[in-house]
Design a binder for this molecule. Structure first.
Ligand code: ZN
Length: 503
């Protein structure tokens, strides 16, 4: 008798478990290559013009995702508006260089032509300052100089990190301007000026009054001839002073006559609105607890006549979110809704500095304390060089940073359902690419919300017009999407909220 009961109980548990497995597999099975390709062919088509934040193409993409969320039966995610909306408006400023120039010997040297200004300072009235020579800007040299209210000229080709260090140092000393010669000839300088004009001319996007550090004096780049004209007017003197200083004469630069410059720096600021697209699926039991699944849907638009279609970046992540949402929505309609709630969010402005996710965490629709985890997807449709021969892989970043439990769940789920090779190369804190800080999950991690970031690694088509839909490995994209679906299913349905590591 006892034995029979045990056997029956065993069978019962087995069938429940088996039934549950069948249910999960059934909905995982709705994630198909065909759907992924269908959505991605639309998102990355030329008609959407590269989905640049704030442009017509981005609005079209937002409308497309919203209509998908509506059609599959997600609720409008922005529930704190009346009536609730699918769009969270994200106000953004486009800040572009305005009238900006140096005056040397009575002549105006315009930005992007005779000089290049890289920075955010605002000097609306032309002002005049004394300028002194600082060699290559080494600390040793600078510390004996009086830079209060002065400009400093340095010859230094070490790159932006070095200029930023010098800039901070001399700002502490009260300097007003940093002028860097980082090219050997006027030709090299002109080339650099064209690059800067293309890069900065169309303006940079930011959240209103964020990321602009008006205290930051920035950097003027100038060709060597202009530096010489400003200072001593004799290139030999300057070269000799550099030699003498290298040989140990710490006062060598004092022999270079200081000069004077006038300068003016202004910016033009225009306000636009972009949108995060939010679809919400309410949980059955722990409704207030939330899982957020994100991918950024906009991209970098056109460069001249060429369109950056952004099929992998991040069309691939966006369509994965759409397919996962559809699988969960269908499950719920059939009575298999998740225990916790899920927010599916297509995020704006990632390429411009993680702006949409920053705006969301600063203006959360659902309490961040109740947000259990963020699964973020950015580029999962391609195969990188390392895995050319073995496509079944994905890079995971962040899974063990805030919750070891999350990491274990992620590993176990993969083993059980998808069997992909999980590669943690980019999770190394010392990895030079610093991927943990470079996509939208970072804004959640900053708020102590555990994250997993899914990524296919880099490829030569990154941020180029050649990131197109024909290069997407849909078989692999489907497998990776299923991994994220299964992980989300487990997180949404497990008994307990995942624990944070003790720190
Ligand atoms: Zn991206």
């Amino acid at each position: 008798m006892k034995k029979t009961v045990t056997a029956l109980a065993f069978c019962y548990v087995f069938f429940i478990a088996k039934g549950q497995e069948n249910i999960i597999d059934r909905y995982a099975g709705t994630i198909t290559k065909e759907d992924l390709k269908d959505y991605l062919s639309i998102l990355s088509s030329d008609a959407l013009e590269g989905r640049e934040t704030g442009t017509r193409g981005q609005k079209m993409a937002a409308a497309f995702i919203k209509s998908h969320f509506t059609e599959i039966g997600l609720q409008p995610g922005v529930s704190n508006l009346n009536p609730p909306q699918y769009f969270q408006d994200v106000p953004l400023e486009i800040s572009s260089p305005g009238e900006t120039y140096l005056v040397v010997n009575g002549q105006r040297k315009e930005n992007f032509h005779k000089v290049i200004y890289y920075g955010t300072q605002n000097v609306p009235e032309e002002s005049e300052i004394e300028v002194v020579f600082g060699g290559d800007g080494q600390n040793e040299v600078l510390k004996s100089m009086d830079l209060k209210d002065k400009g400093l000229v340095v010859f230094n080709k070490a790159g932006f990190q070095a200029y930023s260090t010098i800039r901070k140092k001399i700002q502490e000393m009260g300097a007003k301007a940093l002028l860097v010669v980082n090219t050997d000839s006027i030709e090299a300088f002109n080339k650099l000026a064209r690059q800067f004009e293309n890069y900065m001319g169309k303006g940079s996007l930011q959240l209103p009054s964020k990321n602009t550090d008006e205290q930051n004096i920035g950097v003027f780049f100038l060709p060597p001839e202009l530096a010489v004209e400003i200072l001593d007017n004799d290139v030999d003197h300057i070269e000799k002073a550099i030699e003498a200083q290298k040989a140990g004469d710490s006062k060598a630069f004092n022999k270079i006559k200081p000069g004077k410059i006038g300068y003016k720096i202004t910016r033009e600021v225009k306000t636009i609105v972009s949108e995060n697209v939010l679809g919400y699926l309410e949980g059955n039991e722990n409704k207030e607890e939330l899982i957020i699944i994100t991918a950024h849907y906009d991209h970098i638009g056109r460069v001249g006549d060429e369109i950056n279609n952004g099929a992998d970046d991040d069309g691939s992540g966006t369509v994965a979110v759409m397919e996962i949402a559809q699988a969960f929505a269908e499950a719920k309609q059939n009575g298999h809704g998740p225990r916790r709630s899920i927010l599916f969010m297509a995020v704006t402005g990632e390429e411009k500095g993680l702006l949409g996710s920053q705006y969301y965490v600063e203006n959360p629709v659902y309490r961040l304390e109740n947000t259990m985890v963020n699964l973020n997807i950015d580029m999962i449709g391609r195969i990188d060089a390392k895995y050319e021969a073995h496509h079944d892989y994905v890079y995971l970043v962040g899974s063990d940073r805030l919750s070891n439990e999350l990491h274990e769940i992620s590993e176990n789920i993969n083993e059980k359902y998808t069997g992909l090779k999980l590669d943690y190369t980019y999770n190394d804190e010392n990895h030079p690419d610093r991927i943990y800080y470079r996509s939208d999950h970072w804004n959640f991690a900053k708020n102590n919300i555990p994250v997993i970031f899914y990524f296919n690694g880099t490829h030569p088509d990154y941020h180029r017009p050649t990131d197109t839909v024909d290069k997407i490995a849909f078989e692999t994209l489907q497998k990776r999407t299923k991994l994220i679906f299964h992980t989300a299913w487990e997180l949404a349905n497990r008994e307990n909220r995942i624990a944070l590591n003790k720190q």
